[in-house]
Design a binder for this molecule. Structure first.
Ligand code: SAM
Length: 320
């Protein structure tokens, strides 16, 4: 049995979903017990209910807002037809997109060829990047992680219609996927394209890419593996660049490149865009921006950003 779409009634960022039934959705066919492996100790909550009651795992604000969960008839059909084949079901904790902290989930074992290199796309949206890359690279495995049900259903439609055999999807909060579901070194490439930018300063704490997230990424990407990021929001791009620079676990593969007048940051800061005034003298001395990753297809989200005149920042880092 595979679950129906995650309950859309959960409040964004809510630490607990009282209606949640821990463990109730575990699927013996899809979750295979594996030996736990050594990994970085789980982070301890420092604020909120979880300090006193560790079972309130979601001490950090989540980086998403649950959007409308209504699916088209076609998406509903695709969900029903494909869920048993490609949805990796997870036992839930308090919230409908959480993962039971002690769950043991065999992600490679969910693929027809568990030994093949795994790309994980976090925040896959409508699944355009994963579907495109999976079709181009049948020799690799792809896991799409997303909380938005219609987006996952759209990807299921693509997987079915294109006959893709190398895609699996997981509906869960990404930090928990990295902390609980993925094991050390399982990931060959980690992709996060157009993570919600949370423009307002008071919302920056909801951004997904933080120093703590980099630690999580480092714990699942194999040494020599790659972390790829793209964003259309310059201030978030700078944050990502700094996080990579400060991390001992990652090396920016394009450190120092595209600096000065060639930098997309220089270009955008000199314009009046992104809710800020133009800074005509601004120069990005640091650079560090990757060329556009050729494996990243143009998604509808990126197309919209380009139409709005924003620049796209790509970053890629190697796991040391
Ligand atoms: C701006 S959209 C970009 C979608 C897609 N990557 C693209 O380029 O079109 C960001 C996506 O990340 C998802 N997301 C945000 N935080 C997440 C989290 N903590 N776990 C899983 N998905 C998340 C959102 O639901 C949303 O679909």
């Amino acid at each position: 049995m595979t679950s129906s779409p995650a309950d859309s009634s959960a409040e964004p960022g809510a630490p607990a979903d009282p209606a949640g039934t821990p463990g109730a959705t575990a699927d013996a066919n899809q979750i295979t017990a594996v030996e736990p492996t050594a990994r970085t100790p789980r982070r301890q909550p420092v604020q909120g209910k979880a300090v006193e009651d560790p079972s309130f795992y979601r001490a950090e604000p989540v980086s998403f807002v649950r959007r409308g969960e209504r699916m088209t008839a076609g998406q509903e059909r695709a969900w029903e037809e494909m869920k048993d084949e490609i949805l990796i079901d997870v036992p839930r904790h308090h919230a409908s997109t959480s993962i039971l902290p002690d769950a043991v989930i065999d992600i490679p074992g969910a693929f027809e060829h568990p030994e093949r290199p795994l790309t994980v796309e976090i925040g896959s949206g409508l699944g355009e990047a994963t579907a495109h890359a999976a079709a181009e690279h049948p020799e690799r495995n792809f896991l799409a992680v997303e909380v938005y049900t219609p987006g996952l259903a759209k990807l299921m439609e693509e997987v079915r219609d294109r006959g893709l055999k190398n895609v699996r999807v997981m509906q869960a909060n990404a930090p928990e996927v990295l902390d609980i579901a993925l094991q050390p070194g399982q990931v060959d490439e980690l992709w996060i394209f157009f993570s919600d930018p949370w423009h307002k300063k008071r919302h920056h704490k909801r951004r997904l890419i933080t120093d703590a997230f980099a630690e999580r990424a480092a714990s699942v990407i194999r040494p020599g593996g790659t972390w790829r990021l793209a964003t259309d929001w310059s201030n978030y791009a700078e944050q990502m660049r700094e996080i990579i620079a400060n991390s001992e676990d990652f090396v920016n593969l394009h450190a120092g490149e595209r600096a000065g007048l060639e930098s997309p940051l220089t270009d955008i800061r000199r314009q009046e865009i992104e809710n800020r005034e133009a800074e005509p003298e601004f120069v990005d001395e640091l650079g560090g921006w990757a060329p556009r990753f050729e494996g990243r297809t143009l998604t509808s989200f990126e197309a919209k950003a380009l139409r709005a005149g924003r620049n796209i920042f790509d970053l890629s880092a190697r796991r040391a």
